[in-house]
Design a protein. Structure first.
Length: 319
């Protein structure tokens, strides 16, 4: 495998609902036994106080009789569809002061109008003359969502979608792992919080993780600077006269730190990103003395520190 470039994303804290399964239901008529249907909703940033309801302009809301929280990506709800009007309904998810709506996310189908108790619910509604009873099968594509080496894909599984239908898959990583990349039909893409695709072909989408580095070990070197000219230290301690300008460069030994934290021993601390421009750090020593330098590399919950006692020796300026 070639070198993989990691891209850092800002976390998306927006409440979202991306898929409802099943997305349709068959109500019973008035006077019949209550029709209950369990649905699963996939999305993001769900919490335990989440609520679900079906909403439609001109009709009373249909709140779920119960909602079960599985994870921040998955919830399930029980709907009572007895007497519900035919057609598409919006699926509204609320929690706290936030809400999200999956427009036309659920369809009530295959029922006679309410108030016809003489008709059993298994009969097909009468079609109007303007509607053709002939249904032409549409092209369908197979979508496969899977996981490897600690990656998480939500939803995970295999399903078929009509050509042109949109779908969303969210990604994360299991404890002790990081999301390394996303494989889409064999092509490796940088890690993303989710992808949105249109069903225009068969898709196999895999969340690929890797074990998180178990240790960070670091080292560093110093250069004595005079104006724009910096020379590497060739002895320990590094020596120079006051005022002494020193530039430090980190050298990671193991792990992949994201941030460097420097303690120069002169009362100045500096935090820099692990980038080509930000990894070097400079300071000035204005008082003679022997200084201890400390560097800490940080990545997620891991860190490693290297401390060099008496590494910088600042001599008094000759009179």
């Amino acid at each position: 495998m070639g070198e993989v470039t990691f891209i850092e994303f800002e976390p998306d804290e927006t409440l979202g609902a991306f898929e409802i399964s099943p997305s349709y239901g068959n109500p019973l008529y008035e006077g019949s036994t209550e029709s209950l249907l369990d649905i699963t909703i996939y999305g993001q940033n769900f919490e335990e106080d989440v609520k679900v309801s079906l909403t439609r302009t001109g009709y009373p809301d249909i709140p779920a009789t119960s909602v079960f929280y599985h994870s921040s990506f998955e919830i399930s709800a029980t709907l009572s569809l007895t007497g519900a009007a035919l057609g598409f309904w919006d699926v509204t998810v609320t929690q706290g002061g936030a809400s999200t709506t999956f427009v036309n996310g659920f369809e009530v189908t295959n029922a006679e109008p309410t108030g016809s108790p003489t008709v059993t619910p298994t009969l097909t509604p009468t079609l109007t003359p303007t509607v053709s009873p002939t249904v032409t099968p549409s092209t369908k594509y197979t979508i496969i969502s899977d996981e490897r080496t600690g990656g998480i894909a939500v939803p995970k599984g295999t399903w078929e979608l009509d050509a042109g239908a949109e779908f969303v898959i969210s990604f994360d990583s299991r404890p002790g792992h990081v999301l390394e990349n996303i494989s889409v039909n064999g092509e490796l893409l940088p890690p993303e919080p989710y992808i949105n695709r249109t069903a225009d072909q068969d898709y196999t989408i895999i969340a690929v993780g890797r074990p998180r580095d178990q240790q960070i070990r670091v080292d560093f070197t110093a250069e004595i600077c005079n104006g724009n000219i910096c020379e590497p230290c060739t002895e320990t301690p590094c020596r120079g006269t006051v005022p002494l300008n020193v530039r430090f460069t980190p050298n990671p030994i193991s792990g992949t730190p994201e941030t460097w934290i420097w303690d120069f021993g002169n009362g100045e601390r500096k935090e820099t990103p692990n980038t080509e421009e930000g990894k070097r750090a400079e300071t000035q020593y204005t008082m003679p003395g022997l200084y201890t330098i400390s560097l800490t590399g940080i990545s997620d919950e891991l860190s490693g520190t290297e401390t060099k006692i008496g590494y910088i020796y600042v001599e008094p300026k000759m009179k």
